[in-house]
Design a protein around this ligand. Structure first.
Ligand SMILES: *Cc1c(COP(=O)(O)O)cnc(C)c1O
Length: 342
């Protein structure tokens, strides 16, 4: 069956151009720093993000884990939003590897403000562990792909730094955020100390994420990557796809965003279905608590029509658009939604 797969943008497959570049990639041993394609990708990423250096990683989880370890000490707290990926979907790596505990804050649309963060910052005291790091997720996956306004990031970062703290951005989908704002990833990354982003989601590379930041942090990060088992050898095979992901794929993300809005509009027209937020990027979260069918029943009925999606809670379903879902497939999905729910 030719599924229409709206479960996640992680399911995207490498294009023919990527596969060709992978086959022809110039490679070396990257643990020795000798893979020319990895080195090219790291330089390119650093340049694009306006940072001193970058690190190529097998996964985004490893990137966030390294960043948290770089910026904190054992026994500190990491302030993040309550639905953050680092808190809920990374097997508590911040505790396992960095010895830190999360201090989650519930924020409207998943977007923290400085005043919310300030209220949770703790000094070391007889009872409290001190705050070690502020983490923000942009776009925010489980809050429906919401995007931080540039000004909010600048404000949070300025005051974070004035307190002597660091700020890390989980920018797994930062290119979606940039496309939505009509700015560059460099604009978004400018105020923060490090950014992790994924090559393997909307940008279509088969494997890979990156961490960008200062030269000193990335040099230390390289050692932490090795400790975590991420010292890859002829990784240029993967980096070759990553280079194409960076060069060619960001320009088409607006298409995915338009598709997400079409799905959101169809869902919002249905009795009892509430779509979360404004749908600024490629993620749609719909709440079925007031609908006549549950999120699970909706998912099952859609599957019977050849359309896959994930439920993220007993009441909520998530639909994610990406390069392997065509305009025609979106029309099929919209028709199915109307047939099932209208
Ligand atoms: C996908 C994702 C990651 C990284 O996931 P990996 O599967 O480890 O690459 C990190 N943060 C967010 C918000 C994500 O969506």
């Amino acid at each position: 069956m030719n599924w229409i797969d709206l479960r996640s943008d992680t399911v995207t497959r490498p294009s023919a151009i990527m596969r060709k570049a992978m086959a022809e990639a110039e490679v070396g041993d990257d643990v020795y720093g000798e893979d020319p394609t990895v080195n090219r990708l790291e330089r390119k990423a650093a340049e694009l993000f306006g940072k001193e250096a970058a690190l190529f990683l097998p996964t985004g989880t490893m990137g966030n884990t390294i960043a948290i370890k770089l910026h904190t000490e054992h026994g500190q707290e990491v302030i993040c939003e309550s639905r953050a990926h680092i808190l809920n979907y990374e097997l508590s790596m911040m505790a396992w590897f960095a010895g830190c505990v999360a201090r989650p804050i519930v924020a409207d649309r998943g977007l923290l403000s400085w005043s919310q963060i300030e209220a949770e910052i703790r000094p070391l005291g007889p009872h409290s562990a001190p705050t070690g790091l502020i983490e923000i997720e942009n776009s925010h996956n489980m809050a429906g792909g919401s995007v931080y306004p540039l000004q909010t990031i600048q404000e949070i970062a300025a005051v974070t730094h004035s307190r002597g703290l660091k700020i890390h951005m989980d920018g797994a989908r930062i290119f979606n955020a940039a496309a939505s704002l009509g700015c560059t990833v460099r604009d978004i990354a400018a105020p923060v100390d490090s950014v992790m982003f994924c090559l393997s989601k909307g940008l279509g590379a088969p494997v890979g994420s990156m961490l960008v930041g200062t030269r000193q942090d990335m040099d230390r990060g390289r050692l932490l990557r090795k400790r975590l088992g991420g010292g890859m050898r002829q990784a240029g095979i993967l980096a070759a796809a990553g280079l194409i992901a960076l060069e060619q794929m960001p320009a088409r993300l607006g298409e995915d965003h338009a598709h997400a809005r079409q799905l959101a509009t169809a869902l919002a027209e249905c009795q009892g279905v509430v779509v979360e937020g404004h749908v600024e990027t490629n993620i749609v979260i719909a709440d079925f608590s007031k609908s006549r069918i549950s999120a699970a029943q909706f998912s099952k009925a859609m599957q019977e029509k050849g359309i896959l999606l994930n439920t993220i809670s007993p009441t909520k379903a998530r639909l994610v658009t990406h390069l392997d879902v065509s305009a025609e497939s979106i029309q099929v999905a919209v028709t199915a939604i109307r047939q099932l729910l209208f």
